[in-house]
Design a protein around this ligand. Structure first.
Ligand code: UD2
Length: 315
């Protein structure tokens, strides 16, 4: 059986990936549980969970001398943009230096690698207003988080050209779905919305806060479509050494997701409006032509995706 390493594998995207791959691969998850949770992971003799910080060199060295990997999904990150502004040195270590650490260690210690997949972000596009974002659109990273993601991407792609390593990077737009952690105010807005809708009596609970006018739009992509995209970039030769947007190509306003969420849950939220957050962008949307050329076909509209997410949290 081939072996897969998922860094950050107890988190939102990583744990869903582990669940999908477990039937086919032996999985090793490394996660320090700073955001993720062990309960997210499928219990199986094919899954080894290692509670460690992948940004530590000794951890990577021990891991690579113990296991041979065929696929590495590098998803571990400090995902909070706000934290990266507050603690840039700490987040830089995780969001950038770890990528280089893994690449260097893999180059010397992992001779059977078929693919190393790096999770980047639409944050690299910044607030330049032209839409949709094509992979070649203006890059304008505005925060330490975005700078580190873009820098990591560049290392990932350069290692393919310099050392013929089988690398690829993906730029996630606004991913939502099962296992998304709503614990921080900077968690994905859909996870916060779903959590608010689960409160039995919204009138007596905290209101849902809209930052800005609620007409901002995002390209919300359901986790299952993200898994489809990951499978494609992990297996198609044409993906090697390239970066791909992962979204749906459709944007939806915050007001619309609230309306759909209320309808699905038969709940009415109390809405409070606050000024837009500093650095918030108005609109975002992916051009997914490149990934479509490799066969990607998003299956979930925002309505289907939210319905499935709602079912997951309520059953
Ligand atoms: C996403 C990424 C972020 C970074 C950024 C780059 C997520 C969770 N975050 O931030 O890591 O890559 O894109 O552009 O994918 N909002 C509310 N009420 C709330 C929470 C959010 O109104 O309680 C608003 C928020 O101000 C924003 C929109 O909802 O206008 C979406 O917020 P988000 O944090 O889900 O995602 P985004 O696009 O700001």
């Amino acid at each position: 059986m081939e072996r897969v390493l998922i860094t950050g594998g107890a988190g939102f995207i990583g744990s869903n990936l582990a669940k999908k791959l477990i039937a086919q691969f032996e999985i090793v998850v490394v996660d320090d549980l700073s955001m993720g949770s062990k309960e997210n992971l499928p219990l199986s003799e094919n899954l080894t969970f290692i509670e460690e910080d992948i940004s530590e060199k000794s951890v990577v060295e021990a891991l690579f001398s113990t296991y041979t990997f065929h696929y590495i999904y590098h998803l571990a990150a400090i995902a909070s943009v706000a934290d990266s502004v507050k603690y840039p040195k700490e987040t830089h270590k995780v969001n950038m230096e770890t990528t280089l650490l893994l690449l260097e260690a893999a180059r010397t210690q992992q001779k059977n690698l078929k693919r190393i997949i790096f999770a980047s972000s639409a944050a690299v596009y910044g607030d330049e207003p032209a839409l949709p974002k094509h992979e070649t659109s203006t890059i304008q990273p505005l925060t330490p988080y975005a700078i580190d993601k873009f820098s990591s991407e560049n290392y990932i792609l350069a290692y393919q050209k310099l050392f013929a390593m089988p690398t690829v990077a993906v730029r996630f737009f606004n991913v939502y779905g099962n296992n998304q952690n709503p614990s921080s105010p900077y968690s994905g807005v859909i996870s916060l919305l779903v959590s608010a809708l689960q409160q039995k009596n919204p009138a007596t609970n905290k209101p849902f806060t809209i930052f800005g006018d609620g007409n901002q739009t995002r390209d919300f992509v359901f986790i299952e479509d993200v898994l489809q995209a990951l499978q494609i970039v992990a297996t198609k030769n044409e993906a090697l050494g390239r970066v791909f947007n992962v979204g749906t190509g459709i944007r939806t306003s915050l007001h619309d997701i609230i309306r759909i969420g209320e309808r699905i849950s038969h709940t009415k939220l109390v809405l409070h409006y606050k000024p837009a957050r500093a650095g918030d962008i108005k609109d975002s949307c992916a051009d997914i032509t490149a990934l479509k050329t490799l066969g990607y076909r998003p299956q979930f509209t925002i309505l289907n995706g939210l319905e499935k997410y709602w079912q997951f949290v309520t059953t």
